[in-house]
Design a protein around this ligand. Structure first.
Ligand code: TYM
Length: 351
C-alpha cells in the first residue's frame, strides 16, 4: 500500500481565537495546502473537556464551532480541495479514542503538562475527559493515518504521546496486523509515527502583557492577546500598550536573549511579514520601540483586517458554514470508517 503524506490538525472552539492560533497554526494550515492532502478539524469534543462554566454551554459552543470554521475559510483554506469538518460529526474519533484509552498508560498521561496546567490545584474535580484528552487527540490524528501535524510549540508533548500510542498499538497487535494483511510502510506497523510540524518565528506567541506567559484564549486580560476579530483600533491600542523594555531593539538575534517581550514582538512581525527575525532586526535594530510598534501596527492591521472582516461576513451566514461542515464530515467519515473497520479486525472485535 502506498503511504500517503497527509496533514491533520485541529483547533478547539473555545472562543477568543487569537494571533497565536493564527500564526502558530491556522496560517500554516493554509500554507500546506499545495504540498499535502489536508484535513482540518474543529475539535468540538475536546472543547467540552473543562467545566461547562468554562466552555460556555450549548449556544456558545455552536457559535464557536462556526467561528473557528470561519477562521479556517477566511485564512484561505479551501474546503473543496481539502477537508474541513467538526469532530463530533464523525463517530470514529470517539471509537478510536476508546481503543487508545486501553493502549495508553496512566504514567504517560500523568506527565502531560497541559493537563497539570488546566486542572490546576483542584485535580480531584477535573473531568475524566480533560485527563484522557491526549488519547482523543491521538485518535484524531491516527484515524486518518496523518503523517504530519502542524501545531504550535505547546502541542509538542501531545504529538510525542501520539507516536508512543501508535508504536505500542503496532507492537501489541503486530501479529494481528500481519495476519490481516494490514501492515503499512517499511516497519509493517498499522499506524504511522506522525511528525509534528512546529516552527517558524511564531511557534510560541507570548502574551502582550507578560513575555513569560503564552498568548492564550483563557487569559483574563483581553490586552494580553490580539483576537482575530479585533478591529483596527483595538489591534493598534493593544500593540501600543504591549509591554517592552527600555533598551532599543538589538541589531543581532543574540541580543534578544533575556528580552522575551522584544523577542515576541519581533517574532510576530517576522511571521506576519513572512520573513525571519534576522531580517526584522536588520530593518529595525538599533531603533526605538515606538517606531517599531508603529510599523507592527500597520502590518498587523493590513494582514489581520481582511481575515477578521471575512470571518464576520461568514459567521453571518451559518447555513453556509454548516453545509461546509456537513460536506467535510461526510468525506472525513469515508476515510474514518475504513480505519475503524480495520482497527476492529486488528483488535478482534466481531463485525
Ligand atoms: P488549541 O485549540 O489550544 O490551539 C490551536 C492551535 O493553536 C496553537 N497555539 C499557539 N501557537 C503559537 N502561540 C500560541 N500562543 C498558541 N496558542 C495556541 C496550538 O499549538 C494549536 O496548534 N489539543 C489541540 C487541539 C487538537 C489537535 C488535535 C491539534 C485536538 N486534536 C489533533 C492537532 C491534531 C489544542 O488544544 O489546540
Amino acid at each position: 500500500m502506498n503511504v500517503q503524506q497527509r496533514v491533520f490538525s485541529g483547533v478547539q472552539p473555545t472562543g477568543n481565537l487569537h494571533l497565536g492560533n493564527y500564526l502558530g497554526a491556522i496560517k500554516r494550515f493554509a500554507e500546506l495546502q499545495d504540498s499535502f492532502d489536508c484535513i482540518y478539524c474543529v475539535v468540538d469534543m475536546h472543547a467540552i473537556t473543562p467545566d461547562m462554566r468554562v466552555w460556555g454551554g450549548p449556544s456558545e459552543l455552536s457559535r464557536n464551532i462556526r467561528e473557528v470554521t470561519a477562521a479556517y475559510l477566511a485564512a484561505g483554506i479551501d474546503p473543496t480541495r481539502h477537508i474541513v469538518f467538526n469532530q463530533s460529526q464523525v463517530s470514529g474519533h470517539a471509537e478510536l479514542a476508546w481503543v487508545f484509552n486501553c493502549v495508553s498508560r496512566l504514567g504517560w498521561l500523568n506527565r502531560m503538562t497541559q493537563f497539570k496546567e488546566k486542572a490546576g490545584k483542584d485535580r480531584e474535580n477535573a473531568s475524566v475527559g480533560l485527563y484522557a484528552y491526549p488519547n482523543l487527540m491521538a485518535a484524531d490524528i491516527l484515524l486518518y493515518h496523518a503523517t504530519h501535524v502542524p501545531v504550535g510549540e505547546d502541542q509538542k508533548q501531545h504529538i510525542e504521546l501520539t507516536r508512543d500510542i501508535a508504536q505500542k498499538f503496532n507492537n501489541d497487535f503486530a501479529e494481528s496486523i500481519a495476519a490481516n494483511g494490514l501492515g503499512r510502510g517499511e516497519e509493517g506497523g498499522y499506524f504511522p509515527l506522525t511528525e509534528p510540524l512546529i516552527g517558524g518565528p511564531a511557534a510560541r506567541v507570548m502574551s502582550l502583557r507578560d513575555g513569560s506567559k503564552k498568548m492564550s484564549k483563557s487569559d483574563p486580560s483581553d490586552l494580553s492577546r490580539i483576537n482575530l476579530t479585533d478591529d483596527a483600533d483595538a489591534v493598534a491600542s493593544k500593540i501600543r500598550k504591549a509591554k517592552t523594555d527600555p533598551e532599543p531593539l538589538p541589531t543581532e538575534l543574540d541580543g534578544l536573549k533575556g528580552r522575551p517581550e522584544a523577542e515576541n514582538l519581533v517574532g510576530i512581525y517576522a511571521a506576519l511579514s513572512g520573513s525571519g527575525k534576522e531580517e526584522v532586526l536588520a530593518n529595525y535594530g538599533g531603533g526605538q520601540f515606538s517606531t517599531f510598534k508603529g510599523a507592527l501596527v500597520e502590518l498587523a492591521v493590513e494582514k489581520l483586517g481582511p481575515i477578521g472582516n471575512e470571518m464576520k461576513r461568514l459567521v453571518a451566514d451559518p447555513g453556509h458554514i454548516d453545509a461546509v461542515l456537513r460536506d467535510g464530515a461526510e468525506r472525513a467519515r469515508a476515510i474514518a470508517d475504513v480505519t475503524m473497520r480495520q482497527v476492529k479486525d486488528i483488535v478482534g472485535f466481531v463485525r
